[in-house]
Design a protein around this ligand. Sequence first.
Ligand SMILES: NC(=O)C1=CN([C@@H]2O[C@H](COP(=O)(O)OP(=O)(O)OC[C@H]3O[C@@H](n4cnc5c(N)ncnc54)[C@H](O)[C@@H]3O)[C@@H](O)[C@H]2O)C=CC1
Ligand SMILES: O=C(O)C(=O)COP(=O)(O)O
Length: 524
Amino acid sequence: MFQVLAADSIKEEGLQPLLEQPDIQLHIGSIDSENIDIQKIDALLVRSATKVTSELLDRMPSLKIVGRAGVGVDNIDIAEATKRGIIVVNAPDGNTISTAEHTFAMMAALMRNIPQAHSTVKKGEWKRNQFIGNELYGKTLGIIGLGRIGSELAKRARAFGMSVKVYDPFLTKERAEILGVQLSTFDEVLAEADIITVHTPLTKETKGLLNERTLSQTKKGVYLLNCARGGIIDEMALAHFIENGHVAGAALDVFEVEPPGDHPLLKLDSVIVTPHLGASTKEAQLNVATQVAREIRTFFDDKPVANSINLPAMSKEIYEKIQPFHQLAKEMGKIVSECHNKGISELTATYSGTAAELETSFLTKALLAGFFENRIDIKVNEVNAIHIAKERGIIVGEKVTGNSYGYANTITITARGDGDVFTARGTFIEHYGPRIVNLDGFTIDFHPSGNLLYIQHMDRPGVIGHVGKVLGDHGVNIATMQVGRKEAGGEAIMVLSFDKPLSDDMIVKLESLQDIVAINSIVL
Ligand SMILES: NC(=O)C1=CN([C@@H]2O[C@H](COP(=O)(O)OP(=O)(O)OC[C@H]3O[C@@H](n4cnc5c(N)ncnc54)[C@H](O)[C@@H]3O)[C@@H](O)[C@H]2O)C=CC1
Ligand SMILES: O=C(O)C(=O)COP(=O)(O)O
């Protein structure tokens, strides 16, 4: 039974995909709820309040996936989650419209002093001359970060007769043209905008983007908005520029620390604020809750999630194409690990044919996950495989070759270490399935599944018969058997499959037979 914890007041109506599921127990509460054992939680759903830190992850050893019911993942330690193989997904577009509308509402309210005027009227005052505002029409709006929210805001601003200048280093001219905005440099936006609004994520690059220095490059009388993340505009610098009259006012939905407590910005009349309400509409909350709940259901169904922060994005069609190769890569990783049970310092995956046309980096991660499965104690998956390899000093390489060895596709693994080299090659044959076609240079052909025995032996008369006899004498039925050799009388291999795993005793008996070099058991 999967244990799911939905924290941070995620809209319950949106959690439908996780309700009344025979394999899911849904807990609604918080990480501090007394009646919830967070050690057993498999999936955690959060908004921005819960901080998913490395300490919290330490307390949640069963955690496999974190779902952010919203966009910003700056409250989640992605690097730590990735190290631990925990997938992080978000709901990237469920609250775009709500946040753009909220920003627009804040901009209109800021320009017309609506919150300030409202509170005076409520107090019985009627101060019409004190609240002379500014029109939006004809003003230049500077947008920093023209992603989903910035783009929606730009459309609304244009409809109000504003001209829009945008700074976004990742925006193309074509996209700017389509949106009817002027692509500008950061300095141009600072110098020319009457109102500046930020819509970037909070990253090391955007933290303090608007600071003492850059604020001094803005027009005197500029208005500023932050409905993205606290910290993109340096709060102390902003307070200073409002106090000295350079900045005319600011509208803030977010703060570096939330709630902000006794904050200097809250004491300024020209600063209007909301308590991180950008995404707080019925529609957005239903959207984001439904999106992440579906992702969690998909994850438990062992299908690819659509919006992972630490896995490549994959459509259903691509997933269906890659799935058989993904399985093959994982099994091959395990086979190499078991057949070549030695330390390695380098692992290279070479793809050919139809396998090379796929997202090979994902296949390499699957292959590493298979390789590490029985080698180390922690769970390894596509999320943390590269990190684990690096941590263990294994150089991971990836190549593509035009040589498919006569197959429609191949995946070849080459493992190197201490002067030894071991290779394995597999292929996926349409309507037939995965096959391992070469092991350690021996041509062979077997289906990588079930209980296998990899036997290295000398190519001498009677060896195969002796192995069969020992197994038969102990009532062990051989399901399939494949042999391979490079030259008559030299080294050879056998790969046998069984309906049940072989006992250690049985393996010891086989090892003692003449001309047997080594035996490795593989369970796939
Ligand atoms: N107040 C609220 O309740 C909400 C706040 N947000 C915040 O808004 C942010 C933006 O959301 P979306 O538009 O959905 O994200 P997005 O990913 O679609 O857009 C972000 C844009 O910022 C640009 N960007 C990144 N680094 C930049 C830099 N150094 N300078 C200029 N541009 C840069 C990117 O190229 C991208 O176009 C989120 O990261 C989140 O923190 C999102 C939803 C609700
Ligand atoms: O989606 C985002 O990035 C937001 O900031 C919304 O935050 P919230 O889910 O309302 O706490």
